[in-house]
Design a binder for this molecule. Structure first.
Ligand SMILES: NC(=O)c1ccc[n+]([C@@H]2O[C@H](COP(=O)([O-])OP(=O)(O)OC[C@H]3O[C@@H](n4cnc5c(N)ncnc54)[C@H](O)[C@@H]3O)[C@@H](O)[C@H]2O)c1
Ligand SMILES: [Zn+2]
Ligand SMILES: [Zn+2]
Length: 363
């Protein structure tokens, strides 16, 4: 088969690789129909994630079709269309039993395209298939559910739920990349009073408005703290999400909230940030951190099926799976291409999309 292989910092290739096979009885082998690229893949390519070794196939988000299952897999069978989550679950350890799959002690957690071969490939071996894949309802397209593999549950669980967004709240979101935008979509499920998006890039702030932000602040030339104070009668936001991953934006998030408010950190940080306890100790604040667990996938899937949530708006570019190299170039140059998420379609998925379009045209 062919796959996108990491060859060390700055190096990647669309290479021939061994076809995956069943190794453990809890495995499935899945044909990848639709996949995508994450900002985290770019971090790996920069060499920021040293535990990912050269030779690893990247990718941790996909929809595919089961082609083979191990002897102990009982809930999915060849032919099933499944969503592959960025987080796998052994189903047996203490954390998996608590629904904290991201912290799995039994060999799960974030493993695809990190510790084992990932999903930007024609086929993938999927460990712990019974606990880690989600059947896709027939009426939903791959693209409608693809972003449940990572960005939607990340922003919902680590942002909205950790930050306890409540009706009427002022929600300030620092960073309007795919994660910040997914936070806007999923915060709206709780009817906040206003959503304030903060970013350095006007193009990203335009996106934030399209996704439902009420106010967009460019903090390259506007004092975001003063602006949020003005919007909240001098109090500050009820909740702030950090959706960038650098010290300055974490510190900004802690300055934006009112006494009694919550900061939900979503960003992945590579450097220490200063915690201004000398200012915060007296303000009754709550600060949360988290790695996504994806326990909310079934809940978010129901919202998509009922038409109350439409993540397909993230798909700005489409490529054949075999053009994954070009897709990386487009995704990595988001400032010029406007890319939010690029959709990679396997040959089968492309044929299906064409025949669907043909069927529609015939009507
Ligand atoms: N916690 C988790 O489980 C989890 C899961 C997935 C992604 N993440 C992390 O979430 C973060 C956001 O992901 P993304 O894909 O949206 O990233 P992204 O790089 O596409 O977007 C980040 C945005 O932040 C903006 N930005 C940069 N510096 C800023 C500043 N000083 N002030 C305001 N805005 C600034 C950029 O203009 C950009 O629009 C990343 O750190 C990513 O690794 C965390
Ligand atoms: Zn990701
Ligand atoms: Zn586990």
């Amino acid at each position: 088969m062919k796959a996108l292989v990491y060859h060390g910092p700055g190096e990647r290739g669309w290479d021939s690789a061994d076809d995956p096979t069943i190794i453990d009885p809890t495995d499935a082998v899945v044909r990848i129909d639709t996949s995508t690229i994450c900002g985290t893949d770019l971090h790996i390519l920069k060499g920021d994630v040293p535990e990912t070794t050269p030779g690893t196939i990247l990718g941790h988000e996909a929809v595919g079709t089961v082609v083979e299952v191990g002897a102990s897999v009982t809930t999915v069978a060849p032919g099933d269309r499944v969503l592959l989550s960025c987080v796998s679950s052994c189903g047996r350890c203490r954390y998996c039993k608590e629904g904290r799959y991201g912290q799995c002690l039994g060999g799960g957690g974030w493993i695809f395209g990190h510790l084992i071969n990932g999903l930007q490939a024609e086929y993938a071996r999927v460990p712990f298939a019974d606990n880690s894949v989600y059947k896709v309802p027939e009426e939903l397209s791959d693209e409608q559910v693809l972003f449940l593999a990572d960005i939607l549950p990340t922003s919902f669980e680590v942002g909205v739920l950790n930050g306890k967004v409540a009706p009427g709240d002022t929600v300030a979101i620092v960073g309007a990349g795919p994660i910040g935008l997914a936070a806007i979509l999923t915060a709206k499920l709780y009817t906040p009073g206003q959503i304030v998006a903060i970013d350095l890039a006007d193009s990203r702030l335009e996106g934030a408005r399209r996704f439902g932000a009420d106010v967009a602040i460019n903090n390259s030339h506007v004092d975001a703290v003063a602006a949020v104070m003005e919007l909240t009668d001098g109090l500050g936001a009820d909740v702030a999400f950090e959706a960038v991953g650098v010290p300055a934006t974490f510190e900004l998030a802690t300055e934006l909230i009112r006494p009694g408010g919550r900061v939900a950190n979503i960003g992945v940080h590579g450097h220490p940030a200063t915690l201004h306890l000398e200012k915060l100790w007296i303000r009754d604040v709550t600060i949360t951190t988290g790695l996504v667990d994806t326990f909310s996938i079934p809940q978010l899937l129901r919202l998509i099926a009922s038409g109350r949530l439409d993540p397909s708006v993230f798909a700005t570019h489409r490529f054949s799976l075999e053009d994954t190299m070009a897709a990386y170039d487009t995704f990595a140059d988001a400032a010029n291409t406007g890319a939010l998420k690029v959709v990679l379609q396997g040959a089968e998925a492309e044929t299906l999309a064409t025949s669907r379009a043909g069927a529609l045209a015939a009507h």
